[in-house]
Design a protein. Structure first.
Lengths: 288, 249
């Protein structure tokens, strides 16, 4: 059972990445893979600040800011220099490795005795269940903030930017600026996942972000297949499904490990799993 | 209202496929005029419209709108005067957003989109009442994604969206090219009605010479980036259909 609880905790931690990818890929229609870098950035900023005894209320804004700057940088390269979004993201992600290594100062930083988010708040004596409560509250607040944002006039303009650029430009929106802000928000959320994971697992690692983008993509694709099938238009429901997607994804990985598949094969299995959720609806759709 | 002074625009400068789209054009369009622009493909009529809209900037010359020099102003800043109707109904609306969301954005065309929720019951009622005037029965579908509607319905709604916020100039780029004849007739009637009701200055590019004869207070024929013919007022009203066809003979 603990096995699945850990998966649930992981899934909640990765909700930030899932929301980030949802914003960049579904709302702005931009394939952004700054993710690997900004996730690690969030983690190493948290690790470095914790070891320097910075208070929690400074660490969280710092993490969001760092992720936001990374995303904005990708956005600026994409919109102002007219460079393909994928390449812009790769460039920033690649460059961030050095930044992350500089911030962390070494390749791995243990945080076991540090006062983390999870040790600071004590709701239940059981550590895992306590973490679960904190994470649920945390992710719920994030969901409400994003949901509210997308409902505002600014949020509607965000959604229109990815949907019909000629229209929204004719309606007085600077689409370049909008995309930069969008990527900043997406990567701030991704960094938030790094912030949570580092505190939850008790260490920061320079390689923690390698291939992490697939967790976000997988979560969003799981959510999307439900959204498309049930023709869901509600913003709230979509966000909840994205969050659920992140959790389901972790469960599938946990089950895979539990039935005794060689951990070396985990990434291969993950790739096949993502391929299946992308591919199956298309195959069945063609026959219908 | 709109003034073009010595406007010049070349595409692909210095390349083998260089093309002079607009060649030293001078044009003055007065407030309340409904200008119809006709011309064969490549005559520069759509480029002219895009130069006014701001999604293409001229190589030389000066464009003023309502006395303001807007020559270098990007499209999104000119939206405080201009509303646009695109040839493709998909471009004028955001398909995945609901009708009400599309209208909300249109209602803020000249304003900042703030971090507050403006889509309240009062606004929804206003939009429903406006849409009801179209008589298309769309007022009960405002929560539906606008992409579920037909091209004609979307184009009609886009027209209505253009007057949700203060609007002085309406640019129509072949608004009915993608529509069947009946929807096309509807859309043009709605456009004409709104232009008169809101005293808009309008420019419409069209390939349909019948529409060019029936609508507008002034007709301009373009060819090879210049104004070939420019007829307004009574003379335009008395223009015969076959006379128009003879322009393209």
């Amino acid at each position: 059972m603990d096995f699945y609880l850990t998966a649930l905790l992981q899934g909640l931690c990765f909700a930030g990445i899932a929301f980030g990818i949802y914003i960049s890929m579904k709302i702005f229609n931009i394939p952004d893979i700054t993710t690997d870098g900004s996730y690690t950035l969030g983690g190493v900023v948290t690790g470095a600040m914790l070891t320097h005894n910075q208070p929690g209320y400074i660490i969280l804004p710092a993490v969001l800011l760092a992720g936001g700057v990374a995303g904005a940088l990708t956005g600026i390269i994409h919109t102002k220099l007219k460079i393909n979004a994928l390449l812009a993201g790769i460039l920033v992600m690649y460059g961030l490795y050095s930044i992350n290594l500089t911030i962390l100062g070494r390749s791995n930083l243990p945080l076991l005795s540090m006062p983390t988010l999870f040790s600071a708040v004590n709701l239940i004596t059981d550590i895992n269940q306590n973490s679960l409560m904190i994470l649920i509250v945390f992710v719920l607040i994030i969901t409400i903030i994003i949901g509210y944002l997308l409902k505002t006039d600014f949020g509607i303009a965000m959604r229109a930017t990815g949907n019909s650029e000629p229209m929204i430009r004719a309606l007085g929106v600077n689409t370049d600026r909008m995309k930069i802000i969008g990527l900043a928000i997406a990567n701030a959320l991704t960094a938030l996942s790094g912030y949570l994971v580092v505190q939850q697992q008790g260490f920061a690692d320079i390689n923690m972000g390698i291939g992490i983008v697939i967790f976000g993509l997988g979560s969003v694709i799981i959510a999307e297949s439900v959204i498309n099938r049930l023709r869901i238009t509600s913003v709230w429901l979509s966000l909840i499904l994205v969050m659920a997607g992140a959790i389901i994804f972790q469960f599938v990985l946990a089950i895979t490990l539990n039935i005794g598949i060689n951990p070396n094969m985990l990434k291969g299995v993950t790739a096949v799993f993502v391929l299946l959720i992308v591919g199956l609806p298309r195959l069945t759709g063609r026959q219908a | 209202m709109i003034q073009l002074n010595n406007i010049h625009k070349t595409f692909n400068t210095g390349k083998p496929n260089e093309v002079v789209a607009i060649n030293k054009v001078n044009l003055q369009i007065n407030a309340g005029e409904f200008v119809v622009i006709v011309g064969s493909n490549g005559s520069g009529k759509t480029t002219l419209l895009n130069l006014v809209a701001g999604n293409i900037l001229p190589d030389s010359g000066i464009i003023t709108i309502d006395g303001n020099n807007v020559t270098r102003l990007p499209e999104y800043k000119r939206s405080k005067w201009i509303a646009r109707i695109f040839q493709n109904p998909l471009s004028g609306t955001a398909a995945d957003l609901s009708i009400i969301d599309n209208f909300r954005l249109a209602a803020l065309r000249t304003q900042t989109k703030r971090l507050s929720i403006g889509k309240n019951e009062q606004f929804k009622r206003l939009v429903r009442d406006k849409i009801a005037t179209l008589g298309m029965g769309l007022e009960d579908k405002v929560e539906q994604p606008i992409g579920t509607l037909s091209g004609g319905q979307r184009q009609a709604l886009t027209l209505l969206m253009s007057v949700m916020d203060t609007c002085k100039i309406l640019l129509l780029d072949e608004p009915t090219a993608a529509l069947d004849p009946r929807s096309a007739g509807n859309v043009l009637r709605i456009a004409d009605g709104l232009i008169k009701e809101y005293h808009l200055t309008a420019i419409m590019v069209t390939h349909n010479l019948k529409d060019a004869g029936n609508y507008g207070s002034r007709i301009i024929q373009m060819g090879e980036g210049t104004v070939l013919k420019d007829i307004a007022g009574k003379e335009k009203d008395s223009l015969q259909q076959n006379e128009l066809y003879s322009w393209f003979g």
